[in-house]
Design a protein around this ligand. Structure first.
Ligand code: SF4
Length: 463
């Protein structure tokens, strides 16, 4: 451990040295490789073939609407109060559920369900109730305690009654967009939510039976300082959510119009961001959270930490997730599914989405059918990002290869990282060392065969 390194292995100098743009590997290959070669027809065929494998299902439902714009936002969302627009979208979503539901055997249970956005709780109880009625009509939803049904909640839109309605529908996990508790930061990003309201909401959620509550925080927002974020961390630790994601704000005003409302002069510099990240790691690990990897932390008895221990953790489009064995169906505009060896993404235009569905077609606009090399590399990246290690023998048996020969040039390119003690390599395999855990994507990038052919500029930086 050098003088700059903390007990957790967080080394600010090293992170600065390796900082650069790179994928977050919520999939491999990344969505940048998707092309129109996978459309509705290919998706349909692949979906029907998947019934022979009879894997359980995971559903992602995208609700793109928000009442108000948060200036930092880079999501696919529609800020509107136009009810007709919402009704049009919901009608299309109902039809898409019917079209997709017809492709999958009813015996395949939906073990995992996630409502994301936008703001899913933009929908009123009747609209959400209708959506669930249609989901239940076409898919076998799981009513057992083992189900993981989560919803992203804007704390400004939900009270105790609303929580009870969500629980009655079947949700048992909540994800709250907190970002920062500091009123000055909240004003600068146009997202004002009182600490007391969040406290009350979490207490009510626990009383209502929500098993795991997750907070999103963002560092790099205007007016943040090490001291101000430290206070946000203290308030977060008082509430002690089961999971925490702490993201870096990527300021890209040329791509996201709303970000032009943020004054560049108010943003913390990279030294401050790095100090905030270091303090976050230190405080959360001191408070008993397990660092899962790539911005995610969980209490040791949370399912995410358990999945990391028992080998069922995976990276997917929501970050880290359990239930690695499910086929994932994306419903709604821009949503991404992953079925067998095929990724498929719905069109990102709401108008296009509604028109395609209106014509009775699926809204798949692009995707990728992964080849055996992609599958192998995806498994390598998954192993490193989820479990911090990789066994040659496991890969040789699973993929019928000689790992060291297949990846000879990649292993050679890891030499500098080995010298920097990010990882260890011996005759059995690779092992990520504590200081390498904060540079997982740099290590994973060594195994990405597409990086040279694509514009790395499109990816975000760690700091
Ligand atoms: S951050 Fe969430 S609530 Fe805010 S505008 Fe973006 S999607 Fe909507």
């Amino acid at each position: 451990m050098n003088a700059n390194e903390s007990r957790s292995g967080f080394d600010a100098g090293l992170i600065r040295r390796y900082d650069g743009r790179g994928p977050r590997y919520t999939s491999y290959p990344t969505a940048l490789q998707f092309t129109p070669s996978v459309g509705a027809h290919e998706y349909e065929q692949n979906a029907m073939e998947s019934n022979a494998r009879a894997l359980p299902l995971s559903l992602y439902v995208h609700v793109p609407f928000c009442h108000q714009l948060c200036y930092y936002c880079g999501c696919n969302k529609i800020v509107t109060r136009n009810e007709a627009r919402v009704t049009r979208y919901l009608n299309a979503l109902h039809r898409e559920i019917a079209l997709q539901g017809a492709l999958f055997d009813r015996s395949r249970q939906v073990e995992q369900l996630h409502f994301g956005g936008g703001t899913p709780t933009y929908l009123d109880p009747a609209q959400l109730g209708d959506l669930f009625r249609v989901l239940r009509q076409y898919f076998s939803l799981d009513d057992s305690d083992e189900r993981q049904y989560s919803i992203e909640v804007d704390p400004r839109t939900v009270d105790r009654n609303r929580l009870e309605e969500l629980a009655a529908l079947g949700f048992n996990r909540l994800s709250l967009g907190i970002q920062d508790f500091d009123p000055r930061v909240q004003r600068a990003v146009n997202r004002i939510q009182a600490l007391s309201d969040v406290h009350t909401l979490v207490e009510d959620a626990r009383r209502t039976g929500f098993g795991s509550i997750s907070f999103d925080l963002i560092y790099g927002l205007p007016h943040q300082s090490l001291e101000s974020f430290d206070r946000t961390l203290s308030r977060t630790l008082d509430i002690r959510p089961e999971r925490l994601s702490v993201y870096n704000y990527a300021h890209l005003p040329e791509r996201f119009k709303g970000q032009r409302m943020i004054r560049e002069a108010d943003l913390p510099d990279s030294d401050t961001k790095l100090a905030i990240l270091g303090r976050t790691v230190e405080r959360l690990t001191d408070a008993g959270y397990v660092y899962i990897g790539m911005d995610h932390f969980a209490l040791p008895d949370d399912e995410l930490a358990e999945a990391q221990r028992d080998g069922s953790l995976q990276r997917n489009f929501q970050g880290y997730s359990t239930h690695w064995h499910c086929d994932l169906i994306g419903l709604g505009v821009s949503s991404i599914g992953s079925i067998g060896n095929v990724y498929a993404q719905n069109t990102v235009s709401t108008q296009d989405y509604e028109e395609r569905i209106e014509r009775g077609e699926l809204a798949v606009a692009k995707g990728l059918s992964v080849d055996s090399d992609d599958q192998l590399r995806a498994a390598v990246i998954q192993s490193l990002m989820c479990y911090d290690k990789l066994s040659y023998a496991d890969f040789n048996a699973r993929f019928d290869i000689d790992f060291e020969r297949y990846f000879a040039s990649e292993l050679e390119r890891l030499a500098d990282m080995q010298a920097d003690e990010l990882l260890e390599r011996d005759s059995d395999g690779l092992k990520i060392l504590p200081r390498g855990r904060y540079l997982l994507r740099n290590i994973a990038m060594t195994f990405d065969r597409y990086l040279d052919s694509g514009p790395v500029r499109q990816f975000s930086k760690a700091i």
